[in-house]
Ligand binder design. Structure first.
Ligand code: PRX
Length: 653
């Protein structure tokens, strides 16, 4: 976001006080800030007490070897037991855990906590029978169906770290993740429903398997039958890999004795884009992650026993892990899981039918609904809603106010929650019963979280100024390292300034000291709240035989926040690339990475703007992509390059 725009935003003076009733009964009140500040470890220990532990910890935090933190050292815990068994044991077995809504209308399924427990135990027994042992990695490549959460919890129960790969990612992306974390099992489905039609998943797994160079990787492929579409089948019993979920899970016992794992036992690896091409395997461990996610879910959404909570994220992203699976289930919440995509009134129909009280989504979706007009949501009774959340990218004041008024009937507070795959838990957010919300601001760090905005020399910038967002103290759900790469973990997050975690985001403090997020300051783009790396897309483009060089920028987009814009130079042998070159390259990126990475725009150009040392000046390309006057070109090796590019733009290619 440009600086001038932000200064305008910060003049925004609308304030929304918490509703009196909510404030009075809020789970977390104002005193929590001071208490957490006084003794953060005691604060987090109290949060951890909300969970069921086997052995209690001896030490809350071991920070003797930074940046490698250990939380609740010596404690033992099982995440699945906390998410299911303990609710059944407490007499809440008949409470609905998941109201699952399939994409085809009328395809719905409710699972109570008892039923979920049985399914998780059966899946754990089946996985164990297939040879999965504690410590083994399991990849999960699934649509939004209950079996996805069941598979994750079954892995957690066994102590087998899962790595969920978003179902929209390509076979290549799946293969590289399976290889990086050494997954010996892949759990998938024949397909899922997308926009009214079955969309296949198993063929992508079959393709991914051909790209693995070690037979022990993905040696077993466990397949849920969801759509019933035809799939190639290479049965494990005939020396192949494939096993049907219903054959082994349905037949398994619903009794499973859980083992208690060390608090620091790996729970999952989630791959995310960094500023270099290779995705990073963010490692989260058990006790701290479950403490951080369950506590913040209860705190930020002010969760009560009778709430119906709905987070619209896909389970393939961190939001789906922390605020659909682990946080809400550890809290014994009733929630909605929807297989489909946001289309017209379908979401609001679900809110009305299931009487959703807490709703958590991304600004992109809100902006899409704004465009379609308020008549659509106005046609539904959404009076059950009491709290709204936003995540994934900065929410502009217009979208915030529309969300509050049109979806929230002007009575629901909006919590704009800033966090990352790496942080595991929400870090910066209003507290709904305490904070008077400002449209567009994530406000301040939650109790127990130490965030600051600093300049190049790591000095706090103070009120009214901008800089880099950093975190100054460890927090329970923080990433522990990058899978198999401690050095990259240190270099990426901890090397810029001694002792500070650098998030990669720019931010400003307003005159009250409240935080306004400005977006990434590195080569990471945020498209519809999804993180994409410019270099990863550039590598995909240059892997195409007609492309010699590529540069990618994230350009501002009204709906998706940012959009992928690519500038490519073709190889001489490719001539002008042919009439379909743009579409060919867009499709190529979708095939290499996934449809979400498909460029909105591809421009074939004769040159790219480079400095004398050969570095591409993406800033100038961004000016072109955003139709601005091109900025300072004096550091270019050849300052006429921008004219050539702009000529091209003018000619519309
Ligand atoms: O740039 C920030 C943006 O999303 C990045 C993290 O992306 P990811 O790891 O995919 O996690 C997304 C869901 C937590 C951050 O570095 N971001 C996330 N939430 C916000 C945000 N930017 C502004 N406001 C937010 N509320």
């Amino acid at each position: 976001m440009a600086d001038e725009t932000l200064s305008n935003l910060m003049k925004e003076d609308r304030r929304f006080e918490p509703p009196a009733e909510l404030a009075e009964h809020a789970n977390v009140k104002e005193e929590a800030y001071a208490r957490a500040e006084d003794d953060p470890e005691a604060f987090w220990a109290e949060a951890a007490e909300r969970l069921d532990w086997g052995q209690k910890w001896d030490q809350v935090l071991d920070w003797s070897n930074p940046p490698f933190a250990q939380w609740f050292v010596g404690g033992t815990i099982n995440a699945a037991v906390n998410c299911v068994d303990r609710h059944v044991a407490a007499g809440n077995g008949d409470k609905v855990a998941l109201h699952w809504v399939g994409e085809p209308e009328d395809d719905t399924r409710d699972l109570t906590y008892s039923q979920l427990k049985d399914e998780v135990c059966k899946a754990a027994n089946a996985l164990a029978e297939l040879g999965v042992q504690k410590g083994d990695r399991v990849a999960i490549y699934m649509p939004m169906i209950p079996e996805t959460a069941i598979a994750m919890l079954a892995c957690a129960r066994l102590g087998a770290p899962h790595t969920v790969v978003f179902g929209g990612f390509s076979a290549d992306a799946l293969a590289s993740r399976v290889t990086d974390c050494g997954a010996k099992v892949v759990i998938t489905a024949d397909g899922g429903y997308r926009r009214g039609a079955p969309s296949a998943l198993k063929p992508a797994v079959d393709e991914a398997v051909t790209k693995l160079d070690d037979d022990s990787l993905a040696a077993t492929v466990l397949v849920v039958r969801r759509t019933g579409q035809d799939v190639d089948w290479n049965a494990r019993s005939d020396g192949g890999r494939d096993v049907w979920w219903h054959d082994v899970v349905d037949a398994a016992s619903a009794e499973h004795e859980p083992e208690l794992h060390d608090s620091e036992h790996p729970l999952f690896v989630m791959y995310t884009s960094g500023s270099t091409g290779k995705p990073k395997g963010i490692l989260h461990t058990t006790g701290g992650y479950l403490t951080g996610t369950s506590f913040t879910h209860w705190e930020v959404f002010d969760l009560k026993d009778d709430d119906v909570y709905w987070c619209t994220a896909d389970v393939g992203w961190i939001t789906g892990h922390s605020y659909m699976v682990y946080g809400p289930l550890a809290n014994g919440a009733t929630q909605v899981m929807f297989e489909g995509t946001p289309e017209k009134g379908r979401w609001w129909q679900i809110v009305q039918d299931l009487k959703v009280t807490i709703f958590y989504t991304a600004p992109t979706a809100i902006r899409t609904f704004m465009k379609q007009g308020r008549e659509i949501p106005d046609g539904y009774d959404m009076s059950s809603l009491r709290l709204l959340g936003s995540v994934g990218e900065p929410i502009n004041p217009e979208a915030y106010v529309w969300y509050r008024e049109v979806i929230g009937g002007d009575r629901c507070p909006v919590v704009d929650t800033w966090w990352q795959t790496e942080t595991g838990q929400i870090m910066i957010s209003p507290l709904p019963g305490v904070t008077a919300g400002k449209p567009g601001s994530a406000m301040k760090a939650l109790p127990g979280v130490a965030a600051d905005v600093v300049d190049d020399e790591a000095r706090s910038v103070g009120h009214g100024a901008g800089g880099y967002l950093v975190l100054k103290k460890p927090w329970p759900a923080m990433l522990r390292t990058l899978w198999g790469d401690d050095q990259r973990f240190k270099d990426t997050y901890w090397s810029r300034w001694e002792g500070l975690y650098f998030a990669g985001d720019g931010a400003k403090l307003d005159d009250d000291g409240d935080i306004w997020l400005l977006g990434r300051v590195d080569d990471v783009m945020n498209v519809s709240g999804h993180r994409l790396s410019t270099t990863e897309i550039e590598s995909a483009l240059v892997s195409h035989p007609k492309v010699a060089e590529a540069a990618v920028v994230g350009a501002a987009d009204d709906t998706t926040g940012q959009a992928v814009c690519a500038f490519v130079i073709l190889r001489e042998s490719a001539g002008d690339g042919g009439p379909d070159i743009v579409e060919e390259l867009r499709k190529h990126v979708a095939h290499e990475i996934g449809a979400i990475a498909k460029p909105r725009q591809v421009m074939v150009v004769p040159e790219l703007p480079k400095t004398r040392s050969g570095k591409i000046m993406r800033r100038l390309l961004k000016d072109v992509a955003e139709h601005r006057e091109v900025g300072d070109v004096t550091t270019l090796a050849d300052s006429t390059v921008m004219d050539l590019i702009k000529d091209k733009e003018g000619s519309g290619s």
